[in-house]
Write a protein that binds this ligand. Structure first.
Ligand code: EPZ
Length: 424
């Protein structure tokens, strides 16, 4: 069983450059289906979710050339299938991002129903409702969604019940070549949505308002292949900034736009971190103690749910009590049970985590329930007394490129170990 083992108490110093954003790259890859021909994506993170999306595209008929660690040439000229393989969608629910592009290109799609995961049920009812408004008909059988467009795709006004990132993306990609104009109200505003809209417009689409709650898409005849650079990963950056905050050391985190972490930076400053921003990153330090704050996770520009485990871990060492409220996923506090094993004092009341600061954490064997919690557990190990071994690290590999190498590059004593499986 592969684990990450951390020895607490070692100082961090130096600089870490984050990769391209996982939650943009996966959708940009799917969007290449819309533009038959050679699309070049740069600053693509070298993570297992990208490898899975590559497999999905190849199954559909795309040709992918890895040109260096972070460059993918995705030629979708010969994409001639519209069914995504069940075994890949089950592995990575973000594969559902190919649904909109396939419906636009072929007028139909067969996509496996994505399972839930540790953090929640992860339904796609809002994707379905929005696509039905555009003229898509859905049937379901044997775990597959069958989408068809008997009368083609016609632009219309859609209002999302919740500012769903995935639903906004699928709707944008289904609307780009629909007849007429589509508006998406209560659209997700995440920087990754803006990155996708920018690439669609570079392909010849007419998407206006991305980053605001109202996106307008005027349908065009066709799109052409492009070169596009993936936006820096603000969540990977926030994770490393939280590590500097946790240990109290001064490090620089670069390769992302600080404005894409707006509220996180302000909340971190309230907690007691000093953050000096520049155009490509921030320098984090912490002159004093960690202070308690209350956090509400919300769609962007609210505090991102993908930073909730990291800030919760940091608050376990604050000089007071904090309340973290998770409004986006219904089950994203599972990792708190693991934090208790390290001596944290957290009580879960429904969507609220009540955190009473403790003097210190102690190293222990813990299990990552998802990728962000996995990063938070490793981060906690940096300051815990003794050794912390984090298992289920395949979750971390899904979204953090060269995680251990980046940590050791900052001076942390962290290593990947292959422990013998327990004989039951
Ligand atoms: C994206 O997931 C990200 N994943 C998530 O990051 C991120 O936490 C989330 O957006 C919110 O920012 C990718 O981009 C690959 P949603 P997504 O649709 O699109 C419910 C990470 O750690 N919902 O905004 O699935 C849903 O169940 C991952 O990198 C419906 O009920 O998020 C959830 O509770 C974790 N019906 C909430 O809305 C729908 O049709 C937010 O989901 C769609 C969503």
């Amino acid at each position: 069983m592969e684990v990450i083992r951390v020895e607490g108490g070692h100082r961090l110093e130096g600089e870490v450059r984050v990769a391209g954003a996982k939650n943009s790259a996966l959708k940009l890859m799917a969007a290449t289906i819309l533009a038959p021909g050679p699309n070049l994506l740069t600053n693509v993170p070298d993570i297992s979710d990208v490898h899975i999306m590559g497999k999905v595209l190849k199954r559909l008929g795309a040709r992918i050339e890895v040109q260096g660690k972070h460059e993918l040439l995705i030629d979708t000229t010969d994409v001639d299938k519209w069914e995504t393989p069940y075994e890949l969608v089950v592995k990575m629910r973000a594969s559902t991002a190919v649904m909109g592009p396939l419906i636009t290109r072929f007028g139909r799609a067969i996509v496996a129903m994505p399972g839930g995961c540790q953090i929640g049920e992860r339904k796609i009812d809002m994707h379905i409702l929005g696509l039905e408004a555009l003229g898509v008909k859905f049937d379901y059988d044997h775990g597959n969604i069958h989408a068809t467009t008997p009368d083609g795709l016609t632009g219309t006004d859609v209002t999302l019940e919740f500012a769903s990132v995935g639903a906004t993306e699928n709707l944008m990609m289904a609307a780009v070549c629909a007849k007429g104009t589509t508006t998406i109200d209560n659209a997700a505003r995440e920087p990754e949505i803006v990155d996708l809209a920018n690439m669609l417009n570079e392909m010849g689409a007419k998407v206006r308002g991305a980053g605001s709650p109202l996106i307008q898409i005027e349908g065009v005849e066709k799109l052409h292949p492009v070169e596009h650079t993936v936006v820096g990963d603000r969540i990977e950056a926030g994770s490393f900034i939280a590590m500097g905050g946790m240990t109290g050391d001064t490090i620089r985190v670069c390769g992302f736009k600080p404005r894409n972490l707006g509220l996180v930076i302000r909340k971190f400053q309230q907690i007691g971190l000093e953050l000096k921003e520049d155009s490509d990153g921030v320098v984090v330090s912490r002159p004093g103690e960690l202070h308690p704050v209350d956090i509400q996770t919300l769609p962007f520009p609210g505090f991102p749910t993908d930073m909730q485990p990291q800030v919760t871990a940091m608050l376990t060492l604050a000089n007071g009590s904090s309340i973290v409220t998770e409004n986006v996923f219904e089950n994203r506090f599972v990792f708190c049970g693991e934090m208790l094993r390290m001596g944290a004092d957290i009580t879960i009341e429904g969507h609220h985590a009540i955190i009473h600061g403790v003097k210190g954490l102690s190293g222990a064997p813990v299990a990552a329930p998802d990728l962000r919690a996995g990063a938070a557990l490793v981060m906690s190990g940096l300051v815990a007394d003794g050794y912390t071994t984090v298992s289920n690290i395949h979750y971390i590999d899904r979204g953090y490129e060269d995680f251990v190498q980046k940590l050791t590059g900052l001076g942390a004593h962290v290593e990947r170990l292959d422990l013998p499986e327990d004989d039951d």
